[in-house]
Design a protein around this ligand. Structure first.
Ligand code: C2O
Ligand code: CU
Length: 485
């Protein structure tokens, strides 16, 4: 099972134009990095529309979904680091939408948040996104309007930004992992926005797919080295993956390379990504399970590696994988960083945060999507609900260019993957202890009652969302806006 690698080749290449008008800058670029020298604009067309997809497979009928490019997940978009992309999004859905390029440090106007960074794309209309991804890595795209329903009906896809020089592996796999709540006839269960669920785990489903279908096995060969890109595109399901008989090496988190480390149980909250190097050291002919045991009462196996019967032509010596080249992220200056506390509050059996004053949008106010969302969560006593209020003042205004350190305190009984738009941040500490391996992230998974410290340089101006990526939590109050100016 592999993602279908839909490669979009530029129909409108600016390469000729640029080489025609050669400047020293381009010549220097050519000199320094021959493989990155093609400067071109890549044109991509993406439509969002209702469709059908065989999520479960025979004997079940295909599932009615909403999808990008007529498939689940949406087409795997592969672009190169530093290459300008232009994506024309056409909305063929029965309601307004936008596309958010999750994790890409792009200009605010391209961030895809309705009524904050752009007007929503109305049915039958188009919006053109244009940006140059500064970082190589594993990213993804999804709507930011009526998020529960649009993400829950299948609108999501992988966005891979390739390194200028290919990383030496035998094979690369991209797994978009998606949790669905299906009925007995394999249709998407109704009832998005259940208030009880919203105050607890969110809409955790009953079917997990790899690249849009249930997977029984993934063929592999003894001796090969695989780069596996994991993307959790679920509405609410947190995953804890174990690779029976294998020792996965984490080489990047949320697209950003880290110091390599072995992990036996990989925590992957909604919206998070992990890049792994897997040395296939299993026995030819054998099967090895990949399991998810995050929810104690709901363990299941995701798929199995099935080894080809042939012996490896050579035993790969266990030389460490080559590290990924780091992206050019500005290092926060921790001595001068301004500190702020972000307190996550609310939910069932929460820490009393819901009783406090300052709640906004409570009492079943309508969000922009028209779906009723109660404010059951809050950040620092304030709740933004639905698609977000364009008129709610930013929680904080950060000074452009300054370093910031956020102390995130999860004062609830639930897990929250907290995502900041427009930035990657250093994960400095958890529960007061330093986090090893120089990890960066755009989404940090906060266990119940824990704290974490993250830091970044506020170098990207604009109004940026910060929210929990358990979608029910996001639309019912665990969302806010930070202004960088
Ligand atoms: Cu994955 Cu607000 O985004
Ligand atoms: Cu949450």
């Amino acid at each position: 099972m592999t993602a279908s690698h839909v490669r979009y080749h530029s129909s409108l290449s600016r390469r000729a134009l640029l080489t025609g008008a050669t400047g020293c800058a381009l010549a220097a670029l050519l000199d320094r990095s021959p493989s990155a020298a093609t400067v071109e604009l890549r044109d991509i067309n993406l439509s969002a529309a209702p469709g059908r997809w065989p999520i479960v497979g025979n004997p079940y009928a295909p599932t009615d979904v909403w999808c990008y490019g007529d498939r689940i997940p949406g087409p795997e978009l592969r672009v190169r680091q530093g290459e300008r992309v232009r994506i024309v999004v056409r909305n063929n859905l029965p309601e307004e939408t936008t596309v958010h390029w999750h994790g890409i440090r792009l200009p605010n106007a391209m961030d895809g948040v309705p009524n904050l960074t752009q007007p929503p794309i109305r049915p039958g209309e188009e919006f053109i996104y244009e940006f140059t991804p500064p970082d190589a890595g594993t990213f993804w795209y999804h709507p930011h309007a009526d998020s529960l329903q649009q993400l829950g009906r299948g609108l999501a896809g992988a966005l891979i930004v390739e390194e200028p020089d290919a990383v030496p592996v035998d094979r690369e796999l991209v797994w978009v992992l998606t949790d669905w709540r299906l009925t007995e006839t394999a249709q998407i269960a109704p009832g998005f926005g259940n208030g009880m669920e919203a105050a607890m785990t969110g809409r955790v489903g009953n079917t997990v797919t790899i690249n849009g279908s249930i997977s029984k096995e993934v063929p592999v060969k003894a001796g090969e080295r695989i780069r596996l890109r994991l993307i959790n595109s679920s509405l609410a399901r947190v995953m804890a993956l174990r690779f029976q008989g294998h020792r996965p090496v984490v080489v990047a988190t949320d697209g950003q390379p880290c110091e390599q480390y072995n992990a036996d149980r990989l925590l992957l909250g909604p919206a998070m990504r992990i890049d792994l190097i897997l040395d296939m050291q299993g026995e030819p002919g054998r099967r090895y399970r990949i399991t998810d045991d995050f929810y104690e009462r709901l363990p299941y196996w995701l798929t199995e590696f099935v080894y080809d019967k042939s012996q490896p032509s050579f035993r790969r010596p266990l030389d460490p994988a080559k590290s990924l080249p780091r992206n050019q992220l500005p290092d926060p200056d921790l001595t001068s960083a301004e500190r702020h506390d972000l307190k996550l509050q609310g939910g069932m059996m929460g820490g009393g945060g819901m009783m406090g004053g300052g709640m906004m949008g409570g009492g079943g106010m309508m969000g922009m999507s028209g779906m009723a969302h109660n404010a059951v969560w809050a950040i620092n006593g304030k709740s933004m609900i639905g698609d977000g209020h364009s008129d709610m003042p930013p929680l904080l205004t950060l000074k452009l260019g300054r370093s910031y350190l956020f102390n995130i305190n999860n004062d609830t009984a639930w897990w929250h993957p907290i995502h900041l738009h427009g930035y990657s941040f250093r994960v400095l500490a958890r529960k007061g202890s330093p986090v090893p391996h120089r990890q960066w992230a755009d989404t940090i998974l906060m266990p119940p009652r824990e704290t974490a410290e993250v830091a970044f340089v506020a170098d990207n101006p604009g109004d940026w969302m910060l929210h929990c990526h358990v979608t029910d939590h996001q639309v019912s109050g665990m969302m806010t806006v930070l202004r960088v100016a």
